[in-house]
Design a binder for this molecule. Structure first.
Ligand code: PEP
Ligand code: MN
Length: 344
């Protein structure tokens, strides 16, 4: 439920409403607008009685939130959430470009890719140090040594780091090295991990589980938000369908659906959603046209020799071309005044 305060409400009236919310063992989340304050009230699923609040001094109105996810819903926060990564802002209309290898493999490899994606116009460098592989016999990542190499790549290029964290006990370590904690598809419903990431001050890039519904994804995001971390970026990365021509099926629908349902930024991973480098650029372009706030793309200097996901990795030259195309599409939408906001 949302408690909308009157524009004339005093600080004391606001404090009084916050105290009443807490008194009922509910959780208040304060949103300070330029004109008025709004308090989001989250409970434990039991119905919340609006009459508890509507009669309090300073309260203008009380609006129920119909969705099971509260803090993630657009009803709760109608504006787009903007999330700074380095000197770029995710969600403000300029496509966010994250590029880098599936996994950090060596010093030479990560430094070479970091320089290449920076030169191509990326805003952040991706690279897994802890890899959640489907097979226990596949390369599992370089661990902390990989994180150290990512930090070196950041020092070299200035690019913020996006890297995956695979278990709650690794959260402090990964948060020490990376600006953005990636939670992967296989861990989207690892609630202990979601809570641990929610307790950090790091941005979380939450990828959709391969068999998760959009609602499941938003409920997973809610776990992070409920811990007090408001900086969550959602990532569509393809879902399992009956189709076998591609590794997964890019659910382009999810982009406008998420943009309508949540204020959180939404990016597309066309690498995992297709599994083949030949299709990556087409899907990246369609994601931006559909209203994605950015893309995360796997890039490798020598995909044939990559230790993971070589088949879906772009070479740096093709990635550079893709960044130009994606920016051209975003500029064309702006020039034609085409809104990608599904609610407009
Ligand atoms: C990755 O980004 O390399 C990865 C493992 O992605 P996902 O969790 O989407 O499979
Ligand atoms: Mn990968």
């Amino acid at each position: 439920m949302m408690i909308i305060m009157k524009t004339s409400a005093s600080q004391e009236e606001l404090e009084n409403v916050l105290a009443s919310v807490k008194g009922l063992k509910l959780h208040p989340h304060r949103i300070s607008g330029s004109e008025r304050n709004v308090i989001g009230v989250v409970g434990d699923g039991r119905p919340i009685e609006p009459s508890n609040f509507i009669r309090l001094p300073g309260v203008a109105s009380v609006i129920p939130i119909s969705k099971p996810y509260k803090l993630a819903s657009r009803e709760f926060y109608p504006e787009n959430t903007l999330i700074p990564i380095g000197d770029h802002v995710v969600g403000n209309g300029t496509p966010t470009i994250i590029g880098g290898p599936c996994a950090v493999e060596s010093r030479d490899q990560i430094l070479e890719v970091a320089k290449a994606v920076k030169e191509a116009g990326a805003h952040a460098l991706r690279g897994g140090a802890f890899k959640p592989r489907t097979s226990p016999y596949s390369f599992q990542g370089m661990g902390e040594d990989g994180l150290k190499l990512l930090a070196e790549a950041r020092d070299l290029t200035g690019l913020p780091i996006v890297t995956e964290v695979t278990s709650p006990d690794l959260v402090p370590l990964v948060a020490d090295y990376a600006e953005v904690l990636q939670i992967g598809a296989r861990n989207m419903q690892n609630y202990a991990l979601l809570k641990a990431a929610g307790q950090t001050n790091r941005t979380v890039l939450l990828k959709r589980g391969m068999s998760a519904t959009i609602n499941d994804l938003l409920m997973a995001a809610e776990y992070i938000l409920a811990q007090g971390n408001q900086n969550v970026i959602l990532c569509e990365r393809g879902i399992r369908t009956f189709e076998t021509a591609t590794r997964n099926t890019t659910d382009i629908n999810a982009i406008p659906v998420l943009q309508a349902q949540t204020h959180l930024p939404v990016i597309l991973d066309p690498s995992h959603s297709t599994g083949h480098w030949e299709y990556v650029s087409a899907l990246a372009r369609s994601g931006i046209a559909a209203g994605a706030d950015g893309i995360i793309v796997e890039v490798h200097p020598d995909p044939a020799c990559a230790l993971s996901d070589g088949a879906q990795s772009l070479k740096p030259r093709r990635f550079k071309r893709l960044v130009k195309q994606v920016n051209a599409i975003a500029n064309a939408l702006k020039a034609e005044d085409i809104s990608t906001n599904p609610l407009q």
